[in-house]
Structures are given as C-alpha cells and as structure tokens.
Ligand binder design. Sequence first.
Ligand SMILES: [Zn+2]
Length: 241
Amino acid sequence: MKDRIRFTTKTQRTQRTTKVFLVFLVSWCLCGSSSLLAAPFSFAARHDHLKGACTGKLTIGENDISFDGPKHHFRWPYLEVQQLRLLNSGRIDLLSYENGSKLKLGADRAFHFRADGGLQDAAGFLAAKLDRRLVVGLPEKPAGILAEFPVKHLRSLGGDNGTLVFGEETVTFTSQDKAESRAWRYQDVESIATSGRDQLSITTYERQRFHYATRRVFNFQLKQPISEDTFNVLWRKVNKP
Ligand SMILES: [Zn+2]
C-alpha cells in the first residue's frame, strides 16, 4: 500500500525547482501549451433556460465572453465575470454581477451553457484572464506526481468515488461524477487539512453555491492512509510563500 503514496525528498524537490519555470511555461498541466493559443475560441453551445433552452455560438474572446443565438445575445467583459466554471461534462456556468430575479432572493444572475467540447484549449487562456475566478473541472494527470490516492469525495448526501492526484504544479480530482472533477493550481487552493490518516480536506476559492460567497471545501475519505511526511510535503506546496 505504501508504495502507492509517493513523495519526494527535499533534495529532489530542490533539484526540480530549476525545471519548474519551464514546466509552467510549456505545460501548465491543465492544458498543455494551450495557454499560448490565441483567442477567440468559439463553440456551438446550448443556453439552458429555466424551462427549455436555445442554441447559439459561445465565444471566448480577447476582451469578453459572448453568446449569440437567434433568441439571446449576451456579452460579458472579463471584469463583469464573478466566476466561470468549466466542467468535464461540457457544462459552463457563468456568474455575472447582474441582479438576479427576485425569486432568487437577491442572488446575482447565473447563466448556464453546454458545449460539445474544446474547453480544454480555452482553459489556459481563461486562467490568465480570470485567475481564481475560473473553476476548472477538466482534470489531466499532473506532471511530476507527488502523491496519489483513491478517494471517496464526501457530500451532504452520499458522495462520489475517484482519484486525487498531487503534482508539482496542480492538484486534480478525477471523479466518476463528471460534474465533480476538478483541476486546481496550488494558488487556487486556499488551505489543506487532515483530521486523521484517512481524511483530507481541500478548501478552494470556488463558491459553495452561486448564491453565497462561502468557499467550497472538498472533503475526501482516503482509501489508503496518508503519512505525516506526505501531508507535510503537500501542506508546504499549498502554503509556499
Ligand atoms: Zn437562450
């Protein structure tokens, strides 16, 4: 069991630091070299309504995100995007600063789309535009794996199983439930904690719900224990100055 939890010594990490800058430039892990790809990125997309949907073209441009369809046209300059979530299922959730309907008790207006694919290419570009306002649900196995755990992701009702992987630059959770998969850069992780050898919590900057500003915590039950040394390696990654 132990050999499945891998972590590096301080010396090994030091040797790797010279490579980190190049690794970051060349393969930001989430998207290969796609961060170097240029906008615009356009997708055929479905805009979900409370009842039904319309279809159109979603464009991620240099200065804004827009949707053009026969029924609806929207445009959000990047400053007007509170949070953008790209999920593995092709779902795209955009939270604007626009006031929502009175039915939603003052929550800001959210827009929901579905695209057929191609989001991976746009993810690197969007990270540069939105930073922590971008939530990425498109996990790609990180480079330079530090630790890997089969896990159950605990939710208020039940949970989902998957694999949690800590790399040199990113942390990924690949879930059987596509909507729950995530890829975080270490700067997207607010904190990491453990209350025992078989439990790990990752607090992110993602909103708990679009209605509330609270941060989302991902609680994981580890199917094999984490050693203190490994936890310390990961803690330092999250808390590096
Ligand atoms: Zn529509």
